[in-house]
Design a protein around this ligand. Structure first.
Ligand code: ZN
Length: 414
């Protein structure tokens, strides 16, 4: 394992300059996909890549690839990057860090005159956030064949449905000529802020991401009987909200029951008729289950269904449990995860294995290429917020690990 260091000050300066594009008064960034500000950030990124000697191509969904040649042009590239778009009240680091870390890797190799065997490409994926155009991770998803190019381009602006992602990419000049996804990738690495509190609480600069959680989402409808809140005696009630409350409590207990990795959330509840003196006749609520192991997600599914049936039976209620979405757990490539872990150890950087709780472009890339991620802590674990912050030394550490893990892969030792 080599032991090369990146230029942390240059990385920080680039992040701060990029963050001025779409800067908000509270210190965050608003740079939605397909906007003029997105185009400004893309142009700055391309200018920096070309100054670093890279050749830039743009594919049909606007994904940008900046290639640093290797000794052997027949080898597929090692790809690293993330996204330049943000949430409406986003921060300076979500996505931007992964792209700027990739650029810093290339700049460092240039400083050292280091020629890799395989080419290295920095990628900026289109519309990772899914905030203006839903769903999320559309650029990497189209690249990986999860969405067709037509479907990706036809995605509509949530607030202005007459606008499509394809139309907006045309307008800002980033509907590129390169085919989408016909692009072999030897390995994909993504550096990202953790967006959670685990690394900061443990006092560790590096998270070795071993995979992403699987998810099961449900829509649950509980039906009882509407009745007057005064004349209806307690034993005669079929109160859908009381039943739903017991089910929601069960969801929380199921999450605690599969600690430490399970997450279980009810985030939306609709009560009908939602009148203070009518016994609720119908309740609709959502469930979001997450866990890195499919077998545990299956157990949580069975426990949820049993708990809903039991709660419904005590009130003579009907309950419909509909699975709305399923996303399997994504384990990352063992060899690349090992390269990340060894790179951290070689730099004497304290680290732990960690599971990604959020979606990332890497989750779709893992379907088409060996993939790994590197997490660095963010202050207070807060992200998707204008106060999102990260320490320069942690960002430098993550980028150093990225550089050394990439070299392990780019020089053919893996
Ligand atoms: Zn992100």
């Amino acid at each position: 394992m080599r032991n090369l260091a990146v230029n942390g000050e240059r990385l920080w300066a680039s992040l701060m300059e990029l963050a001025q594009i779409g800067a908000t008064p509270k210190g965050g960034v608003c740079r939605l996909a397909g906007t003029d500000l997105d185009a400004d950030a893309r142009r700055l990124f391309i200018r920096w890549c070309e100054e670093a000697g890279c050749t830039v191509t743009i594919d049909g969904v606007g994904n940008i690839f900046a290639r640093r040649a290797g000794r052997d042009p027949t080898l597929p590239p090692i790809v690293t990057g993330s996204h330049l778009d943000t949430q409406p009240t986003g921060g300076k680091f979500d996505g931007a860090y992964g792209v700027m870390a990739g650029l810093e890797v290339v700049r460092t190799l240039n400083d050292l005159g280091y020629e890799t065997e395989a080419p290295i490409e920095i990628v900026a994926w289109t519309n990772e956030e899914g905030s203006r155009f839903s769903p999320a991770m559309v650029g990497s998803g189209a690249f990986a064949g999860v969405f067709t190019v037509e479907d990706a381009l036809a995605t509509r602006d949530n607030n202005a449905p007459e606008l499509t992602l394809g139309g907006e990419l045309q307008r800002i000049g980033f509907a590129g000529p390169a085919p989408v996804g016909d692009h072999p990738v030897a390995a994909y690495f993504e550096a990202h802020i953790e967006q959670g509190p685990i690394l900061e609480a443990a006092g560790l600069p590096i998270g070795v991401v071993t995979g992403a959680q699987g998810q099961r989402w449900y829509e649950i409808t509980v039906t009882g009987q509407e009745a007057h809140a005064g004349p209806t005696p307690m034993p005669r009630r079929r109160d859908a909200l009381v039943g739903a409350a017991r089910m929601i409590d069960a969801v929380n207990r199921i999450g605690h029951g599969h600690a430490p990795y399970a997450c279980a959330t009810v985030g939306s509840v609709q009560v009908s008729p939602n009148s203070r003196n009518t016994i609720p006749g119908r309740v609709f609520f959502t469930v979001d289950f997450r866990h890195p192991e499919d077998r545990v997600l299956t157990a949580m599914d069975q426990e949820l269904r049993a708990a809903c049936d039991a709660a419904a039976a005590t009130q003579s209620l009907e309950v419909e449990v509909r699975e709305f979405w399923y996303f399997p757990p994504t384990p990352f490539d063992a060899a690349l995860v090992g390269a990340v872990r060894e790179a951290a150890a070689a730099q004497a950087l304290a680290h732990q294995d960690i599971i990604s709780g959020a979606g990332h472009d890497a989750v779709y890339m893992a379907r088409v290429a060996p993939t790994a991620m590197i997490f660095v802590p963010c202050v207070g674990g807060i992200s998707h917020n204008e106060i999102e912050d990260a320490k320069p030394e942690d960002l430098t550490a993550g980028c150093t690990v990225l550089l050394n893990a990439i070299l392990e892969s780019a020089d053919g030792s893996r």
